[in-house]
Design a protein around this ligand. Structure first.
Ligand SMILES: CC(C)(COP(=O)(O)OP(=O)(O)OC[C@H]1O[C@@H](n2cnc3c(N)ncnc32)[C@H](O)[C@@H]1OP(=O)(O)O)[C@@H](O)C(=O)NCCC(=O)NCCS
Length: 184
């Protein structure tokens, strides 16, 4: 099945769909991104399990040989407003390859975010696409700032942050930085 048809079959019925292309190194591969739904626990598990040990540490700031219900909690609380996310599909057959989420904090205009892209699909532009989509949805929900934690050595996160304005970073210990940036 051609890659495009496979993606469309995977996503048929999805309420929101963004179809685009990303792959600066290996030519164009179709990537589809849609909102995260409450039934996506299995898809999210597939993504987390395809993160290698280094990516797991970067994502959770600690080793994660296995995942707990807490790691997947966003799928049971997603409401598209206070808790929302986006999920990307690529390949043929199409598989989930990345996700990004936000959870609104007590400050109504600030949300905590996290992102992951499976190892095999990193550095092909999917992280940037996910953040761009998440940002649009967060703005619609009245969010003005994203905050996130990452290791100081996580250059991919620093590169993604360059797209956002009024960036602030504070060292919080053990090589971890608390980032904050405007998304307006
Ligand atoms: C962070 C992450 C989501 C980025 O996803 P990605 O799909 O690889 O990102 P992109 O391909 O869109 O690249 C975005 C930018 O990061 C840069 N980048 C990506 N991986 C990099 C790496 N290993 N080292 C240096 N720069 C890197 C890219 O060059 C690009 O910057 P540019 O446009 O200025 O060239 C991915 O690396 C990942 O899942 N890491 C593990 C989990 C994690 O660290 N999450 C963040 C903490 S919540």
């Amino acid at each position: 099945m051609p890659a495009n048809d496979s993606l469309m079959a995977t996503l048929s019925g999805a309420r929101e769909l963004v179809q685009t292309h990303a792959d600066r190194r290996r030519g164009n591969n179709p990537v589809a991104i849609r909102a995260l739904h409450s039934g996506d626990r299995e898809l999210l598990t597939m993504i987390l399990e395809r993160l290698g040990p280094r990516s797991r540490i970067q994502r959770f700031l600690a080793p994660r040989p296995a995942f707990s219900g807490r790691d997947l909690a966003i799928t049971s609380s997603v409401d598209g407003w206070n808790h929302a996310g986006v999920i990307a599909f690529a390949g043929s057959p199409a598989l989930p390859v990345g996700a990004a989420y936000y959870v609104r904090t007590d400050d109504h205009e600030v949300a905590e975010t996290a992102i992951e892209v499976v190892d095999d699909w990193q550095r092909r532009g999917i992280g940037r696409l996910l953040i761009a989509e998440l940002r649009v949805r967060a703005l619609q929900a009245g969010i003005r700032r994203f905050e996130w934690f990452a290791f100081e050595s996580n250059h991919a996160v620093a590169a993604l942050a360059r797209d956002l304005s009024d960036r602030r970073s504070v060292r919080v210990g053990d090589g971890v930085i608390r980032w904050s940036a405007e998304i307006c």
